[in-house]
Design a protein around this ligand. Sequence first.
Ligand SMILES: Nc1nc(=O)c2c([nH]1)NC[C@@H]1CN(c3ccc(C(=O)N[C@@H](CCC(=O)O)C(=O)O)cc3)C=[N+]21
Length: 284
Amino acid sequence: MTAAIIDGKAIAKDIRAELKEEIEALKQTGMTPGLAVVIVGDDQASHTYVNSKERSSKEIGIHSEVHRYPADYTEEKLLQKVEELNNDDRIHGILVQLPLPKHISEDKVIDAIAPEKDVDGFHPVNVGKMVIGKDSFYSCTPYGIIKMLEKENISLEGKHVVVIGRSNIVGKPAALLSLMHNATVTICHSRTKDLPAITRQADVVISAVGIANYVTADHIKPGAVVIDVGMNRNDAGKLCGDVDFNNVKEVAGAITPVPGGVGPMTITMLLFNTVKAAKAKSAK
Ligand SMILES: Nc1nc(=O)c2c([nH]1)NC[C@@H]1CN(c3ccc(C(=O)N[C@@H](CCC(=O)O)C(=O)O)cc3)C=[N+]21
């Protein structure tokens, strides 16, 4: 059996086309959704991601601004900038690119973002609302996974979802959103004993580990769905996920590639959340 390849790029394109129409309608009412991205430091990969977010926003008609600061920018100034953006009526979504330089507390900065503008879904208020099953801004990567499965008509109802990784940004929210869709959920992590024995019970495996080729064919039940959140560089500098794609695709029922899987969905859900924030504002 060879797995169906889930084309995240194509699904992302469809959703972005829907968003573009929605934005055009909003503009008719005098509302232009606005996104501000703040980046501190000169990490090349981070700048590449931020440029991609800016380009994607503009393509669908979102007002987008990027605030770039040097690596020695102070925490105090960054907090001031966030406060300024909180009070800026043209801006509906604020994203502070992570990681931040070591002298800046990421927690303090995330806490400073107004929850109604927290399109990353990282603020404790939004995380808390998600935990109690309320509507909020959900973290873009796990939300993108859920949307991608919906678009592929893969229901999570009653399925065993095994998440590998327990980060606040991916693993934990992926588990909670799966639970919200009535999955039976197991969270595995670096201290888990006999990981393959657990993942082999999964109908859906979501891997967010950060180690290339970590998930091999013997981890996967025949026919299972495999979602690869990994963003690793191999020795040749090529982007690859956590999953040993070539071997796992011979066992799995469906699998996401890297690149072209979860990544494009992450940015799409950032755009989705920005439109959602703008609509909430205009409904007030
Ligand atoms: N506050 C904050 N929010 C984030 O959402 C956030 C962040 N900080 N810091 C960094 C990570 C990483 N991230 C990616 C999003 C899309 C791709 C993506 O589109 N990847 C493409 C191609 C990538 C390539 O070719 O290099 C793909 O997988 O097909 C990758 C990585 C968002 N992040």
